[in-house]
Design a protein around this ligand. Sequence first.
Ligand SMILES: Cc1cc2nc3c(=O)[nH]c(=O)nc-3n(C[C@H](O)[C@H](O)[C@H](O)COP(=O)(O)OP(=O)(O)OC[C@H]3O[C@@H](n4cnc5c(N)ncnc54)[C@H](O)[C@@H]3O)c2cc1C
Length: 485
Amino acid sequence: MSIDDKENEKKSALQLSRRHTLFGMALGATTLAASSLVRAATSDNGAATLPKDGYDVIIIGAGMAGATAARELGARGKKCLVLEARNRLGGRTWTADIFGQQSEVGGQWVHWYQPHVWAEIKRYGLEIDETPGANPTYGTVLINNKLTNIDPADSFARLDAGMKVFCGDLINAFPRPYDPGFDPSFLKHDDISIAQRLKQINLDITTHTILESFFATAVSGSLETAGMLDQIHWYARADNDMGRLLRACTQYYIKSGTSSLIHSMLDESKAEVKTSTPVRKVEHNASGVIVTAENGDVFKASACVVAMPMNCWNDIQWAPALLPGKVAASKERHVGAGFKLKIKVKGNKGAYQSLAGAGHPVNMVYTDHFYDDHTTLFCMGYPTPGFDYNNKALVLKEVEKLLPDAEVLDTFAYDWTNDPYSKGSWCDYKVGMWSKYGADMRKTEGRVVFAGSDVADGWRGFIDGAIETGLRAGRVTAELLSGKA
Ligand SMILES: Cc1cc2nc3c(=O)[nH]c(=O)nc-3n(C[C@H](O)[C@H](O)[C@H](O)COP(=O)(O)OP(=O)(O)OC[C@H]3O[C@@H](n4cnc5c(N)ncnc54)[C@H](O)[C@@H]3O)c2cc1C
């Protein structure tokens, strides 16, 4: 495929993703991005404003990782340029207006168990709010196609008990979960998928279904391809306590939106930010880096931070070529290919949660907000064969199974997997990926430093992980520039 073909493919995929609405329903997803900072930093005609002496650092990608790296390097007095492909900031976080309500299309939940994002929340004085569905007052589980009532306390207890059986002897495989390299012996178990591990253990059908529902939602993709280690690592991050893990992943969100965090970081960075500037080529040698955008603009710097999703690394021409582990990982992609649908239903449904196991495209439905006359709910899952979440009839049929008698008033989803600048949702490693490519994926290559939630040590696949790697990239790049690295 030629570069031109590739560009055309990207453009058509972008047009597809820009529809923003599922099923052609009215949405009004107003992006709360494009800050005054960006407008000020981008030249009026969009032309390159390359200073004679270039930049200290070019950062590719204005998600949480890129914004953190820019802020860290700015604080060290470095002159930074951030190049962002989309016409908005935030990457896989995106604060928009859905059903007339400020909502998160991508990453949303944060917690004080996640040290990096929590530090940022305190740094910028942001407030948090709660999702009622994280503490449901009633729930159901779909077992053998029959929806059965279940007390949420029983459901959570079964989930924790089932997870302990799932982990087995590996429950202590991550003595330092934020530093998995401290004892890498877990890597010899990287050849087992979640589906295979579930077959090895013996759980009653209810507990099995609840655990499967959790995994399908957590990895946002096929349990056949998802490695079991990532989920054992998730559990270890929450001190092997499912209650803690669920609170970390589903309960609290930034009241002013994730966009407020991104803007705070980039404002503080003083970096020049160019949106709608996809990067096409990165060339580097011992003396510096040349970055070429798809529009032909060329930028020079002493170093570069690549803060793009791993699934997109191969879309750039690299000279010299990327390490083989990075190329292979980007080609295989992480597991995350799922969705976070949002639906609006008639009436007050209260704080509800409903679960379904693998094989069902919608694995979890739970309350976002409830009001006197309507309720908004999240539906999490991944496309199983024959299911297309852009097909309204199919989606409603699946939602009906977990939320019978619901009168659906409106629906929204965003196609992160067909978005050319994410090519997936959040990162969970496929079987073997961690052991085969993990080291290469994290390696600095010459003057190019890699960041992004997909290569985090702690909360990989989360906002926290993105910030962790942005901090690391800031430090490593500054060391490179000072000749220390
Ligand atoms: C639906 C969904 C729900 C989620 N829920 C949660 C949650 O509740 N809590 C949580 O903590 N995390 C959640 N996540 C995960 C979290 O949002 C991500 O892990 C995190 O935001 C990734 O940040 P990042 O900076 O590493 O990458 P990204 O946010 O993907 O940023 C990378 C940037 O690179 C840009 N880019 C790509 N290609 C190019 C190019 N060629 N040139 C220039 N720029 C380029 C992209 O446009 C993007 O802005 C969710 C993600 C999704 C999709």
